[in-house]
Design a protein around this ligand. Sequence first.
Ligand SMILES: *Cc1c(COP(=O)(O)O)cnc(C)c1O
Length: 363
Amino acid sequence: MNRVYNFSAGPSMLPMPVLEKAASELVCYGTSGMSVMEMSHRSPDYEAIINDAEAMLRKLMNIPDNYKVLFLQGGASTQFAAVPMNLIGRTGKADYVVSGQFSGKAFKEAQKLGYDVKCAATTKDDNFDHVPALTKDMFRPDAAYVHVCYNNTIYGTKYPEIPDTGDIPLVADMSSCIISEPIDVSKFAVIYAGAQKNMAPAGMTLVIVRDDMLDYAEEKMPTMLEWKTMAENGSMYNTPPCYTIYIAKLVYEWLLSIGGLETMQKMNQEKAALLYDYLDSQDYYIAPVKKESRSMMNVTFVTGDAELDKKFASEAGKAGLKNLKGHRSVGGMRASIYNAMPRAGVEALIEFMKAFAAANPKK
Ligand SMILES: *Cc1c(COP(=O)(O)O)cnc(C)c1O
């Protein structure tokens, strides 16, 4: 059976060289005589894997020494609770920017926990078709942190530059844009990301946290959510998501081998430009996102006719272009073109879009 082009928003495609390497090591890893899935997380073989994963990610993202790298469980959604529980003690209040569904969930979770949190800006009234323009005077100066979602997976928007929050620590959910391009980690207090969009299979959550952010955790919080405990135990307070971390390591290794995040960014920019340029060149499909907020990873478009949208996703699927249906809350189409999506996949999509438009004239 041939592999398809999988445009899923997550879990999503993994690079072929990574899948092939994993397959070749699936049954016996190195000289261990066992699969990575069967290894003790305390064994020397596994320690080397997790240490390499961290070292490679530090190199790839140029993570400064005063940041800890944590490989956790629970998905990005668990961090919606962990972020306030770890940080709000700094001043007792926090500000959120609601730019889509996930940042809305993060805000609600902090509210649910009873904290003094404020929505400082939102683009809800515009159906989240752009990210809010942010200036530091929009935030409470004594906020413990400002939380943003850097790339909005569902709506296909992204901040064109890192928001300026002045002296207030900036916390970013980067689940759907992590390692897609170089980013200045030193501008953030905390970055977190679920693995299954651009890094590995589901099961691992990356947290990159600056050392001075580890001292404000709630006393009565669950140990598993406390970053400091995880940092002091090298992400091994309990059993980490061993196999997912191993795949992440292979992904980091692959990225380093092709030239790191500068090279990846160039490839991603080219892929996104192909698709957006096509969308801008015609009027059959409409790209709802404002140009300055366009995501490089998740490209949304509609025909303007819900029946045609449905037909598009279904016929594309039959043509080997899978999972182009938009998120259930917004409809339309969404092409997620993460690192592992080859340029040929985007080209095939555009050819399909042209043929579909020609064969299905609008009434
Ligand atoms: C997918 C996603 C989430 C949710 O991730 P889980 O790991 O499933 O909890 C959160 N934020 C963003 C930006 C996402 O894309």
